[in-house]
Write a protein that binds this ligand. Structure first.
Ligand SMILES: O=C[C@H](O)[C@@H](O)CC(=O)C(=O)O
Ligand SMILES: [Zn+2]
Length: 277
């Protein structure tokens, strides 16, 4: 397991882009045949990815720093498949996972394994976990069962669909709120205008765009923003003081995940673009 020590709201202002990247980004999560985890200091989110080959399923391990007999002993886990078809097995129960399907794995689940159906298009499971205070139920959420929110317009270059797959009303989770936002062809802006929410921290994973394109992710306090050009399959952590918004060189998708004080998706402190510095 890797550890991400993010910089504070003063120190980030004096950092180079390479230092910002090292402090906020997770760039090598997706590795064929491997399960990689990063323990962050944003609300103790553990962020990871599992890319099993068709021959070799991968199991979710625990770690000394979790101080638990198994990973989900006191944690909940959200899984979104951004690759080919696969299966997640939780305590012996199989959940087939198409691309864009989500799985909520409840606290108390003892074994979690990830498998791919086809080696030529392996499943790519993106993982976000938070500490969980109570035992709930494991739930599979196909994309069509997610809350669908259409936002933005082609004129604003931000036409997009937000699919809230792990959120109140869909899944009874503890802290985790998670989903997928997909931009329409010709739209490049997410979270426009940007916002903060001191109550929750958030992690974005950008994907579904060509290797040589980039999403310019905007971070920092509203009066002192920075941008980082991100390659596909890069995750970036947003502390509570940071905006989290982006403009791509083409359209793309991203998985967002939040943990913290509440689970109200709409509880945001909205900013105007003119307020940004
Ligand atoms: O707090 C919520 C998150 O920042 C995202 O869900 C926003 C988003 O997907 C978008 O507007 O494009
Ligand atoms: Zn947000």
């Amino acid at each position: 397991m890797q550890f991400l020590h993010s910089a504070d709201s003063v120190r980030y202002q004096r950092m180079t882009n390479a230092e910002l990247r090292e402090s906020f980004c997770m760039e090598s999560l997706f590795e064929r045949g491997a399960l990689n985890l990063t323990y962050t200091d944003v609300d103790r989110a553990v962020v990871g990815a599992a890319v099993p080959t068709a021959q070799q399923p991968l199991s979710l391990p625990t770690h000394k720093e979790l101080a638990s007999a198994y990973f989900c002993e006191r944690r909940e886990l959200g899984v979104v498949n951004i690759g080919g078809a696969g299966v997640v097995v939780v305590d012996g129960k199989e959940y087939p996972m198409e691309k864009f399907d989500s799985l909520y794995v409840a606290r108390g689940s003892q074994t979690v394994t990830f498998a791919s159906a086809d080696d030529s298009a392996p499943a790519e499971f993106y993982l976000v976990s938070y500490p969980a205070h109570r035992v709930t139920e494991t739930v599979h959420i196909p994309l069509e069962k997610a809350n669908r929110v259409e936002l933005g317009s082609i004129d604003g270059s931000n036409e997009r669909v937000i699919c809230q797959s792990i959120c109140p009303g869909v899944v009874d989770s503890c802290q985790l709120v998670m989903g997928i936002t997909r931009l329409a062809s010709g739209s490049v802006w997410n979270t426009k205008p940007p916002h903060t929410h001191r109550r929750r921290t958030e992690v974005y994973l950008y994907f579904d765009f060509p290797q040589d394109e980039r999403v310019f992710h905007f971070m920092g306090q509203p009066h002192e923003t920075r941008s980082l050009p991100l390659a596909p399959k890069t995750a970036i952590a947003s502390p509570h003081w940071s905006i989290h918004s982006g403009a791509g060189s083409c359209n793309y998708s991203f998985v967002w995940a939040m943990g913290g004080e509440n689970q109200q998706f709409d509880d945001m402190d909205h900013l105007k673009l003119g307020d940004l510095g």
